[in-house]
Write a protein that binds this ligand. Structure first.
Ligand code: GAR
Length: 219
């Protein structure tokens, strides 16, 4: 089976979509070998445990304390980010995954993580709640909603893309437009986004699993 590691930070509804799709064979011959969260006690970790998937929590606090930000103690210094990512790479690679899926993982990944994964030829994909090149970073659902209310947009979207150091700018694998018309609150819109994400993350993961399989068999 193709070995998949999933990175999360919270609720894990997209992780659940992946667990279900691996279980049902919708993603053929793939297995989640570990779920890693940067936050402890989140719902996503419970979902993994319920499915019998090994978990790890890799928190940022010790890294922030060891390498404090020169100006703002709430922020992460470059040194902290890099040390955190070096250890994240070690945790992830210990399971010999063939791909990594970021499913609501809310941290920026730096070359300290991306480099070792690239060395090991492990592709990393990310779920992002906006179309490629439109909105990047955190809070895209809220920002799109504000623009909708100001009459400046009618739709947004969701995408699965390859992860590169340029945040949310890696090559898209699959994307879907999400219309905003008919939504009366940001929660309505958020629900629509989530409803689009769950099939999309399964589709995007399947694309990469099939590529990995094809490269193994040389077909
Ligand atoms: C999803 O909406 C995903 O698009 C978003 O976090 C949520 C996770 O939900 N990711 C980002 O904003 C990444 N920049 P979940 O924990 O229920 O899967």
């Amino acid at each position: 089976k193709t070995r998949v590691t999933v990175l999360i930070s919270g609720t894990g509804s997209n992780l659940q979509a992946l667990i279900d799709a691996c279980g049902s064979g919708q993603i053929p011959d793939a297995a989640i070998v570990r779920v890693v969260s940067d936050r402890k006690n989140v719902r996503g970790l419970e979902r993994a445990e319920q499915a019998g998937i090994p978990t790890a929590t890799h928190g940022i606090l010790p890294y922030k304390q060891k390498h404090p930000h020169p100006e703002d103690s709430k922020k992460m210094s470059d040194e902290a980010r890099s040390a955190y990512d070096t250890e994240l790479a070690r945790i992830v690679l210990a399971d010999r995954p063939e791909m990594v899926v970021c499913a609501g993982f809310m941290r920026i990944l730096t070359p300290s993580f991306l480099g070792p994964l690239q060395q090991a030829s492990v592709p990393i994909i990310n779920l992002h709640p906006a179309l490629h090149g439109d909105l990047t970073g955190a809070g895209c659902i809220e920002r799109a909603w504000e623009e909708y209310q100001a009459g400046e947009r009618k739709s947004s979207g969701v995408m699965i893309h390859h992860v590169i150091a340029d945040v949310d700018m890696g090559e898209p694998i699959v994307q879907r437009v999400v219309e905003m018309e008919g939504c009366s609150t940001v929660e309505d819109f958020q629900q629509r986004v989530h409803a689009s994400e769950h099939p999309l993350i399964v589709e995007g993961t399947t694309v990469i699993v099939q590529k990995i399989r094809a490269s193994k068999t040389g077909s």
